[in-house]
Design a protein around this ligand. Structure first.
Ligand code: CS2
Length: 465
């Protein structure tokens, strides 16, 4: 038997389940991007608000392309179990905030109608870096237009993707979809809607067979949508809401509301996500399957420690970075999180620009060393060979896969031309690094070392220097 509204009451007593009425109210939040992250992060914050008696936080969840997850969740009435596990303990919870579901690719009109529904107060987004397309801007604008035409109140539209200044990017995308007839709508957007920037953090790997098996064991029911995460979570959001009273409300659920999200965003993108991408690519090439397997190797752990302390931290405005770094290293080692390196290496071409170049440029401006980032960049070049050091092929899952693999294929035979081409790409490295001779020389140095002696040897040499 499956987990569902009908079977919820049969769960063991130690599993935390929703106590509020899930059927009576219309959802107040439309979430675009119904992946693992949202369901184990924001959906649990909204679950908390609902449990506290505020009925406006039910979610209308939108899967962007694939129908399979939405179908599974529909079959389970939007219910799924989350295992929250780390060194402090293991507990299971069934959040109840997900009330309705649609797929944007095949049910676009339902999404537009949801944004324009009178009950909707927030739209939140986790559509990944590559999701910020003109089509997304158009979808949001169509929903907002319908609201404005219907004389409904404005809403808060919160981008929660790993992009610096994500609220500004999203607002620009929505405005870019407007036509000359939309002048009134744009005025309404500026005066009645809010696009706060926000930083969200929680490590939520894609579910594995092991997690699904553990869920059915813990629940005594089958759950095809269960997830595993860590105890830690953070949501920092800019104090800019369509309804200003939301600030105090979400604060009561543990969200940090601040005028300055920037310092949290940059620390997270460059420390957590920057280290993640470096480890993921190393693991993919050397055959270490999970982030925990990477951070468990002493020289990789030292590499990540030094990357953060010496090359990232000097350019951060978050002053408590040393505590943040130490906490991150502990989080990466969480044995319950089977966080696949290939999952994190997915879309690297879209992730690297936020994660590495800002620190490299900061080091260059100060005349300081950028060796750890140069090595990481060399690992990325080696990664485009699509074959690990044991000769096992792997897929590059990236919108730029074809061009990256075409450029990377020649790295053994024509290394110089290959480096020029790959390091010359401004879409990856920005406008300055492709012309910085010192940067190109150091990446080339580490790349040659990696081809001759392997990734582990290169990391060892750098960290023992
Ligand atoms: C990861 C992130 O897949 C990735 O690129 O770096 O999903 C990371 O786990 C989250 O941002 C943690 O908050």
């Amino acid at each position: 038997m499956h987990l569902s509204a009908l079977t919820l009451a049969s769960l063991p007593a130690d599993i935390h389940t929703p106590t509020y009425d899930r059927g009576r109210y219309a959802p107040g939040v439309v979430h675009l991007g119904l992946g693992a992250f949202h369901r184990a992060h924001q959906a649990m914050v909204f679950d908390h608000l609902l449990a506290a008696g505020d009925t406006r936080w039910g979610i209308h969840g939108i899967g962007m392309t694939r129908p399979d997850l939405v179908n599974q969740l529909r079959a389970q009435d939007g219910l799924y179990a989350v295992r929250v596990a780390d060194g402090t303990g293991v507990k299971w919870q069934v959040p109840g905030a997900l009330w309705r579901m649609n797929v944007a690719a095949t049910e676009r009109d339902a999404v537009v109608q949801a944004i324009a529904a009178p009950s909707t107060r927030w739209v939140t987004l986790t559509v990944t870096e590559k999701g910020y397309t003109p089509a997304l801007g158009q979808l949001l604008l169509d929903g907002l237009r319908l609201r404005q035409q219907g004389g409904l109140p404005g809403i808060t539209v919160a981008s929660c993707d790993n992009l610096q200044g994500n609220g500004h990017k999203l607002l620009a995308l929505v405005k870019a979809a407007a036509t000359p007839q939309d002048a009134e709508l744009l005025r309404w957007l500026d005066t009645h809607c809010a696009f706060p920037c926000s930083m969200v953090d929680r490590i939520v790997p894609a579910a594995t067979a092991e997690v699904l098996a553990a869920a059915s064991q813990a629940l005594g029911l089958r759950d095809d949508a269960s997830l595993s995460t860590e105890g830690f979570w953070e949501w920092v959001i800019e104090d800019r809401f369509a309804d200003p009273s939301d600030a105090a409300l979400i604060q009561s659920a543990g969200v940090r509301v601040t005028p300055d999200v920037h310092s949290y965003e940059e620390a997270k993108l460059r420390m957590l996500n920057g280290s993640h991408t470096a480890m993921a690519l190393m693991g993919a090439i050397t055959g270490k399957p999970f982030i925990a397997s990477c951070i468990g190797v002493p020289h990789i752990r030292t590499f990540v420690q030094l990357l953060m302390s010496q090359e990232v931290a000097p350019h951060l405005s978050r002053s408590d970075w040393a505590d943040y770094r130490d906490a991150l290293i502990a989080r990466f080692g969480n044995p319950y999180l089977k966080h696949s390196v290939h999952q994190i290496a997915t879309d690297s071409s879209q992730k690297i620009p936020q994660r590495w170049p800002p620190s490299v440029l900061g080091q260059i401006a100060q005349g300081a060393s950028f060796e750890h980032h140069a090595l990481a960049a060399a690992v990325f070049v080696r990664y485009t060979l699509a074959e690990d050091e044991q000769g096992q092929a792997y897929a590059l899952n990236d919108p730029q896969a074809t061009s990256l693999m075409a450029l990377g294929a020649a790295q053994r035979t024509e290394p110089e031309a290959c480096m020029r081409a790959l390091l010359g790409r401004e879409d990856l490295w920005g406008s300055a690094l492709p012309h910085h001779a010192g940067w190109i020389a150091r990446v080339t140095h580490w790349h040659q070392h990696i081809l001759q002696h392997g990734v582990d040897h290169a990391v060892q040499q750098l960290t023992e220097a």
